[in-house]
Design a binder for this molecule. Structure first.
Ligand code: TZP
Ligand code: MG
Length: 212
């Protein structure tokens, strides 16, 4: 499946609770989100698989892929479009073999050494960050700032998406640093209007929002 990293929504169960997970995703996609990652550090595989199946149905026909954070079994059972793994998560090799050549597989990267060690031939994109410190991820790695982002994005042979404390007003600087898009949790999840929150990212970008 073709994918566009321009505005990458990562869900958070607690933050999405008020508005509803499916309602948040639906509104955010109407507002311009181009790719969705279901992320839940606490749910059982069964619960997450059921949610993933509902999101798959909701996203059908929109061209917006569904990526699962960490859980290969959930991705397989829900027939999600891809999997995103962190440095200490399931092996990329295993995921590629299990999910096949068309799956979208992404890896989180925080340092140049991690980028150099990444199996880029098995990946479709990388997540670079955190750009800023954030309360949305416990024990996140050292923030890299826009300079670190630029260094990693420019050294990276794959499309990249920046993450960590990003808001609409950062869209321009992220693109200037060389990343294809912004990944966000709290700038959309838990906002009074996830639709307006997603739209705000386009207002801050005076360029075409799609990946080059
Ligand atoms: N990985 C690095 S930072 C982060 C993740 C999942 C959380 C991003 O959340 P927010 O609210 O957009 O800062
Ligand atoms: Mg992880």
């Amino acid at each position: 499946m073709a994918f566009d990293l321009s505005l990458y929504l990562v869900t958070d169960a607690a933050l999405c609770d008020a508005y509803g997970l499916e309602q948040t995703v639906e509104a955010a996609v109407s507002g311009g989100v181009t790719i969705v990652q279901l992320r839940d550090k606490h749910a059982s595989d069964e619960h997450m698989t059921a949610q993933a199946k509902r999101l798959k149905t909701l996203l059908a026909g929109t061209g917006v892929p569904l990526i699962i954070n960490d859980r290969l079994q959930v991705a397989l059972e829900s027939q999600a479009d891809g999997l995103h793994v962190g440095q200490s998560d399931a092996a990329v090799h295993e995921a590629r073999i299990a999910m096949g050549k068309d799956a979208i597989i992404g890896l989180s990267i925080n340092t140049l050494a991690q980028l150099q060690a990444a199996p880029v031939e098995l990946l479709n994109y990388v997540g670079l960050g955190p750009v800023f410190a954030t309360v949305s991820k416990q024990d996140h790695a050292q923030p890299i700032g826009f300079d670190g982002l630029a260094q990693l994005a420019n050294a990276c042979p794959l499309p990249s998406v920046a993450i960590g404390g990003l808001k609409a007003e950062h869209a321009e600087r992220v693109r200037t640093a060389g990343a294809q898009g912004l990944a966000v949790i709290s700038a959309i999840c838990g906002q009074p209007s996830p639709y307006q929150a997603a739209r705000a990212f386009q207002a801050f970008s005076n360029q075409d929002f799609s990946a080059p």
